[in-house]
Write a protein that binds this ligand. Structure first.
Ligand code: 5AD
Ligand code: SF4
Length: 438
C-alpha cells in the first residue's frame, strides 16, 4: 500500500513554522510522506494563527477553497491545527465546512491517532499540556542554511490585546542540554544560523540556566556561526543577555524588541509592564553595550482609547529610537482578551490613516539607516536567490542584501560584502572576499 501523503500550509509567526516542522516529523515517523501539492494529498493540514482577525479570515477563505477537493477525493482529511483550532474548536467542524480534524498547539504528538479517527468521521483534540515542549522530536527541516529552534512555549505576560496566552498556555522551557545537542547537530549538518524561538525568550529558564547562560553555552559549545532569537520582551530583557551578545562571537547584533505603543498611558492599558521612559532607557542601554546593534520592533495602532496625542507619542518614540525596521499592525479585537472589554473606539479609517503615517515615517528612517551603511563592509550569509535570479543574503544585523557580483556564491557561504547602494528595504552589495569556507 502506498504511503499516505500530507500537505501542510502554515500561517502566522515563526513559532508556527517551527511547529509545522514538528508536525512533519511526527507524521513522517508514523509512515506518512509529505507533498507540496494539495491536489495530491490524502491529508491537508492548515497550521493557523489567531493573533489578528485578518489571519483568521484568510484561513476561512482557504478552507472553503480546499474543501472543493473533497468532491474528487471524498476520503481527503481536511484538518485545522494551531491557534485558530484551539480558539474556534468545534465551530470549525460545522455542517458543510469540510473540516474533519481539529488539533491545538499541544496536540501534535497525537496527530497520527487523530488522523486514524478522522477516517471514520471527525476528531478533535484541544488539550493544553503545561509540560509539552516536544522533547525528543527532531523537526523535519527543509532549509539547509537556517534553522528555527524552539526553546520555550507559551506566554505568561497577558498583554491585554493578545490571545496567545489563552491559546498556547503557560510558559515552559525546553531542557538546555537538549537545545545544545540540537544546535550542535545542526551545525554539524552544515546549518550556518539558528534562530531560537519563544513567545518571550527572555524568561527562558531551565533550573539554574537562564536565557543569557543558554546563549553563552550555545556560543561556547557548538560551532554554529550565527545565533538569533525571537521575541524579546522589554520588561524581561536583562543586562546579562546584552553582555552575552556583546561577548559571544556567534550571537548576531540584532534585537527585535516590540514597543507596541509610545504612549505610557496606552502601554499601561496594554498591560505591557513598562512605560515610554523605561523603553527608551533600555534602548540606550542596548546601544551602549552592543556596538553596531540593529533594533526592530512591533507596533499596534488604534488600540482602544488611543488619541491623536497618544499616537503622536508613538511617532515621537519611533523617531527618537530610529528603528531599523518595524512590523506595524492595526489593533484587532480578540474575544476572550481583556482589551476585548474596552470599546474599540478608534474608527477603521482613523486606524488606517495612523498606520499609513507610521509606515511612511518608518520607511524614511529605514532608508536613511540603510543609506548610512553605503561604503561599509558587512559579513553576509548567502541564503538563496530571488525570482529574478539575484543572490540574496543577510547581514549579522538582519538586513537583506542583494548581491551584484554573485556568480560563484551558493547558499550557506559567508562572505564579506561592500555595500554600494540601498533602498528602505534592502542593501545592495558586491562580495569582496570569501570570509569562510569550512
Ligand atoms: N491586534 C493587532 N496586533 C496584535 N498583535 C498581537 N495581538 C494583536 C491584536 N489583537 C501584534 C503585536 C505582537 C505581534 C506578533 O502581533 O504587535 O507583537
Ligand atoms: Fe502576546 Fe504579549 Fe505574550 Fe507577546 S508577550 S505573545 S504580545 S501576551
Amino acid at each position: 500500500m502506498r504511503r499516505k501523503r500530507v500537505y501542510i500550509e502554515t500561517y502566522g509567526c515563526q513559532m508556527n513554522k517551527a511547529d509545522s516542522e514538528i508536525i512533519k516529523a511526527v507524521l513522517s515517523a508514523s509512515g506518512y510522506s509529505m507533498t507540496a501539492v494539495p491536489e495530491r494529498a490524502d491529508v491537508i493540514l492548515l497550521n493557523t494563527c489567531s493573533v489578528r482577525e485578518h489571519a483568521e479570515q484568510r484561513v476561512l477563505g482557504r478552507i472553503s477553497q480546499l474543501r472543493q477537493l473533497k468532491l474528487e477525493n471524498p476520503g481527503l482529511i481536511l484538518g485545522v491545527v494551531g491557534c485558530m483550532a484551539q480558539k474556534m474548536g468545534k465551530e470549525l467542524i460545522g455542517e458543510g465546512s469540510g473540516v474533519n480534524l481539529i488539533a491545538g498547539p499541544d496536540s501534535y504528538r497525537r496527530l497520527p491517532g487523530l488522523l486514524e479517527t478522522s477516517n471514520n468521521g471527525s476528531s478533535i483534540d484541544l488539550g493544553l499540556d503545561p509540560e509539552e515542549v516536544y522533547s525528543g522530536i527532531n523537526p523535519r527541516r527543509e532549509d539547509k542554511v537556517k534553522a528555527w529552534v524552539p526553546i520555550m512555549r507559551g506566554c505568561d505576560k497577558f498583554c491585554s490585546y493578545c490571545v496567545v496566552p489563552y491559546l498556547r498556555g503557560r510558559e515552559r522551557s525546553r531542557p538546555a542540554d537538549e537545545i545544545l545537542e540540537e544546535v550542535k547537530a545542526l551545525a554539524e549538518q552544515g546549518h550556518k544560523e539558528v534562530t531560537l524561538l519563544g513567545q518571550n525568550v527572555n524568561s527562558y529558564k531551565d533550573g539554574a540556566t537562564d536565557f543569557a547562560d543558554l546563549l553563552r553555552s550555545i556560543d561556547e559549545t557548538t560551532c554554529i556561526q550565527r545565533v538569533r532569537f525571537l521575541t524579546s520582551h522589554p520588561k524581561d530583557m536583562s543586562q546579562k543577555v546584552l553582555h552575552a551578545i556583546n561577548e559571544s562571537k556567534s550571537l548576531c547584533e540584532h534585537i527585535h524588541l516590540p514597543l507596541q505603543s509610545g504612549s505610557s498611558r496606552i502601554l499601561a492599558r496594554m498591560n505591557r509592564g513598562y512605560n515610554k521612559e523605561q523603553y527608551l532607557q533600555l534602548i540606550r542601554l542596548i546601544r551602549e553595550i552592543i556596538r553596531g546593534v540593529s533594533i526592530s520592533t512591533d507596533i499596534i495602532v488604534g488600540f482602544p482609547g488611543e488619541t491623536e496625542e497618544d499616537f503622536q507619542e508613538t511617532l515621537d518614540v519611533v523617531k527618537e529610537v530610529g528603528f531599523d525596521s518595524a512590523f506595524t499592525y492595526k489593533y484587532s479585537p480578540r474575544k476572550g482578551t481583556r482589551a476585548y472589554e474596552f470599546e474599540d473606539d478608534v474608527p477603521p479609517e482613523e486606524k488606517q490613516e495612523r498606520l499609513e503615517r507610521l509606515i511612511c515615517l518608518q520607511r524614511k528612517i529605514s532608508a536613511s539607516k540603510n543609506q548610512s551603511l553605503v561604503g561599509s563592509r558587512q559579513e553576509v550569509l548567502i541564503e538563496g536567490r530571488n525570482r529574478k535570479g539575484t543572490t540574496l543574503g543577510r547581514t549579522r544585523t538582519d538586513k537583506p542584501v542583494a548581491l551584484q557580483n554573485d556568480s560563484e556564491l551558493t547558499p550557506g557561504d559567508i562572505v564579506e560584502v561592500e555595500i554600494i547602494g540601498s533602498t528602505s528595504a534592502t542593501l545592495i552589495g558586491c562580495a569582496t572576499s570569501p570570509l569562510n569556507h569550512p
